[in-house]
Design a protein around this ligand. Structure first.
Ligand code: BGC
Length: 502
């Protein structure tokens, strides 16, 4: 699972120290050829990005038109824009990754908030065990309230929302497989858990993390129409105009006017599971195929886009490539350690360290290989642990995997921007804000810069083709602060405002 470096402030972006291909000292022709093959498989030129973006738009439109499409495009019953003046106090809870987080949020108005939070690590056995254990675990922090409290519940998995505080789980992702929850309402599990413990809390809103990301950003930046989650998993939410959600069933029930707006949880991690446009390599297929047998149950055949771009998978893709080179005796002299042979042992956080390595000798890369991947050799031995060429190739592979993830994320973002342009934002009216959260975005060196690079490439190519490429200068991405706390509180507030109006 993606770990976050402790020495990096969330707002200071680590920079990537890019390796120059010309600087790699290949030791044989076959080694050079093998590396060139990998470069060509993992590099995405502008035309490929544009093609992916175009297909993404087609698929998202299908999702707006019908239930059960690959990109689910779930209307989440959250409407109305925020202006930062909203006030209130809410409890929030978040299940979706490494931690269960409980936050008391005070929205003070003028875009100001105060929070008090408690975090619990979710043990691996809880992720795949009895549902009761996952939902009931460690809620003692809220047991002391005397009057009923409203809670915003962030549940970062694909849920088909039926009201603002209920829905059914479509499938687990990101290594969770708690029993008996698929097709059921996660909010009801939580509400039951509170009831059993006599905790006076009402689940007022059920939301996806990307919806929280969008709302939390909108509280501070009123031109926000998109929220992205780029961390262990990947997804996006955006504000849609109701008349464009042509699968009207859910929306009709709310009686929303055509010109009204509603947030859509896209669940774009499932994009192109048919593999029509994504440049899926044998290394991606390997992850997908073996996923049933691995420690994590990660939906073989599904979430293919997420498996190419999310933090949970990037280290494993890089490991697959490195093992492939080792097996051909083109790397590390064919030595494969127990760690390198272990599924998921190459943590994505190692990639961050390697990406940021500025030393000529690639000392930090060496440290990762020796300390974490078992490549140290006893001092008594005459053999070198790793050569500079080995480390250069490792760094290059890591860069290719990281950059591909960022550029693919850019294709999705470009698709959402194009689809919403002139409808919920416009270039002539102050541009657009995008709230982003997730460990890749916050901590992975160069990730945001590469996303911007991808956006610019697509736009430039379109302009060269005489098309109206987006003006990337008015597209502002920024870290959304505390989507699962502040965003969930705002969602609970919108839920109570909506029910007060009914
Ligand atoms: C889930 C999404 C979630 C994303 C980011 C994906 O695996 O399907 O619901 O938003 O991860 O947490």
């Amino acid at each position: 699972m993606l770990a976050t470096p402790t020495n990096t402030s969330p707002l200071t972006k680590p920079t990537r120290a890019k390796l120059r291909y010309e600087d790699i000292t290949f030791t044989s022709k076959s080694q050079r050829q093998a590396v060139e093959e990998i470069i060509s498989e993992l590099t995405l030129a502008s035309a490929a990005l544009k093609n992916i973006k175009d297909h993404f738009i087609l698929e998202l439109k299908k999702g707006l038109a019908n239930d059960g499409e690959t990109i689910a495009m779930v209307p989440v019953y959250v409407s109305g824009r925020l202006d930062g003046s909203e006030t209130g106090s809410y409890l929030t809870m978040d299940i979706g990754g490494t931690y269960l987080r409980v936050v008391w949020v005070v929205l003070e108005g003028q875009s100001q908030v105060k929070i008090l939070q408690k975090k619990y690590k979710i043990d691996e056995h809880l992720k795949v065990g009895e549902a009761k254990a996952l939902f009931v675990d460690e809620h003692s922090i809220i047991a002391s309230f005397e009057t009923e409290i409203e809670l915003g519940f962030t549940f970062s998995f694909p849920v088909l929302q039926t009201t603002i505080n209920s829905g059914t789980l479509i499938a687990w992702t990101k290594g969770f497989n708690s029993l008996g929850v698929v097709d059921k309402d996660p909010a009801a599990f939580l509400q039951d858990a509170f009831r059993r413990r006599n905790v006076p809390v009402r689940v007022a809103a059920l939301l996806n993390d990307t919806v929280g990301t969008l709302l939390a950003h909108a509280y501070r930046h009123s031109k926000t129409v998109i929220g992205l989650g780029l961390g262990t998993g990947s997804n996006g939410a955006y504000i849609e105009r109701v008349d464009r959600i042509t699968k009207r069933r859910t929306v009709d029930e709310t009686g929303a006017a055509d010109t009204a707006e509603m947030v859509i949880n896209m669940e774009f991690g499932a994009f192109d599971s048919e593999r029509r446009v994504l440049p899926v390599t044998m290394f991606d297929n390997k992850i997908d195929r073996k996923s049933l047998a691995s420690l994590y149950f990660i939906n073989p055949g599904k979430q293919i886009f997420e498996k190419m771009i999310a933090g949970m998978y990037l280290g494993e893709i890089a490991r697959n490539i490195l093992v492939h080179l080792i097996d051909r005796r083109l790397l590390l002299d064919g030595r494969c350690t127990k760690e390198m042979n272990t599924d998921w042992a190459f943590d994505t956080s190692y990639m961050s360290t390697i990406e940021a390595d500025t030393t000529l000798e690639l000392k930090d890369t060496q440290l990762v290989l020796e300390c974490y991947l078992g490549l140290a050799i006893p001092e008594s031995s005459a053999t070198m642990a790793t050569t500079l060429t080995d480390r250069q190739i490792v760094k290059l592979v890591v860069e290719l995997v990281g950059q591909r993830a960022a550029r693919l994320s850019a294709a999705a973002l470009a698709g959402i921007l194009e689809h919403t342009r002139g409808v919920t934002w416009s270039e002539d009216d102050g541009g657009v804000d995008i709230g982003v959260d997730g460990s890749l975005y916050r901590y992975y060196p160069g990730f945001e810069a590469d996303i911007r690079g991808g956006l610019v490439d697509i736009s430039q190519l379109e302009r060269d083709m005489g098309l109206a490429g987006i003006d990337v200068d008015v597209v502002r991405m920024g870290p959304s602060i505390d989507g699962s706390g502040v965003g969930a509180a705002l969602c609970a507030l919108l839920a109570s405002t909506a029910s007060a109006l009914q």
